[in-house]
Design a protein around this ligand. Structure first.
Ligand SMILES: CC(C)(COP(=O)(O)OP(=O)(O)OC[C@H]1O[C@@H](n2cnc3c(N)ncnc32)[C@H](O)[C@@H]1OP(=O)(O)O)[C@@H](O)C(=O)NCCC(=O)NCCS
Length: 196
């Protein structure tokens, strides 16, 4: 079974409640165009702060890509409402200077694996029609893309988890800890390994 593709020069790991502050800072660093593509509209700092807080209240699984110990990209996997059991939505934000370097693609693979391992039967992703990069990444994951008015709705029927997929996620997370080594980042502060 192939490994989850790595993004060059970055470490991807799960994000936890203690990461709330750095997630907020990452979202606030998004430029206007990235905000528009991510949230399909003009988004104020206040709305972004509320979004960051909501992520940690909702049933959301998040992965972050760290470059030099700083959180530069986030992939969000949010379980959809009770009317749509076992369905989840994926969304991504990569800071402008780190776009087109393979980070979004790597985060996407992490979210697809995480959705599968949590028994999600259908994975959704919605993006503006003009977001060619996002459409390209969705198609590469095997998602079916349907054009709506000004956007695209992408869906993927996830396969059932297997011991191998569960092991792959566990090993990937362990590898992230080892790769981060002394630069492992907790809440945005880097601590020397062994200092906790
Ligand atoms: C969209 C986004 C998540 C993609 O992440 P990324 O790290 O920039 O993308 P990657 O470098 O992993 O991959 C980009 C791919 O798109 C391709 N691409 C770039 N421009 C393209 C275009 N105009 N048309 C088609 N494909 C394009 C690249 O060639 C690459 O594919 P490849 O790996 O096969 O060569 C990121 O750019 C981003 O956060 N944008 C702003 C917010 C956003 O749009 N969020 C998505 C809404 S859910």
């Amino acid at each position: 079974m192939p490994d989850i593709p790595a993004a060059p020069h970055s470490v991807i790991r799960r994000l936890w409640p203690f990461d709330r502050r750095i997630v907020r800072k990452h979202l606030l660093r998004l430029d206007a165009e990235s905000r528009r593509l991510r949230f399909t509209g003009t988004i104020s700092d206040e709305v972004l702060r509320a979004h960051a807080d909501r992520l940690f209240r909702l049933d959301t699984v998040m992965f972050g890509a760290f470059v030099g110990g700083e959180l530069r990209a986030v992939g969000e996997l949010t379980t959809l409402g009770s009317g749509r059991p076992f369905e989840a939505e994926a969304a991504f934000s990569v800071e402008r200077a780190w776009q087109s370097q393979g980070i979004g693609s790597a985060l996407f693979s992490h979210l697809v694996l995480a959705a599968r391992n949590r028994g999600m039967r259908v994975l959704h992703m919605n993006c503006l029609a003009e977001n060619a990069r996002m459409r390209h990444l969705a198609a590469r994951q095997g998602m079916q893309l349907v054009r709506l008015e000004g956007d695209y709705d992408a869906t993927l029927s996830a396969a059932a988890p297997t011991p191998a997929t569960l092991a792959r996620e566990a090993f990937s997370e362990m590898a992230a800890v080892l790769a981060a080594g002394a630069r492992w980042s907790f809440g945005g502060r880097e601590r020397a390994s062994g200092s906790r």
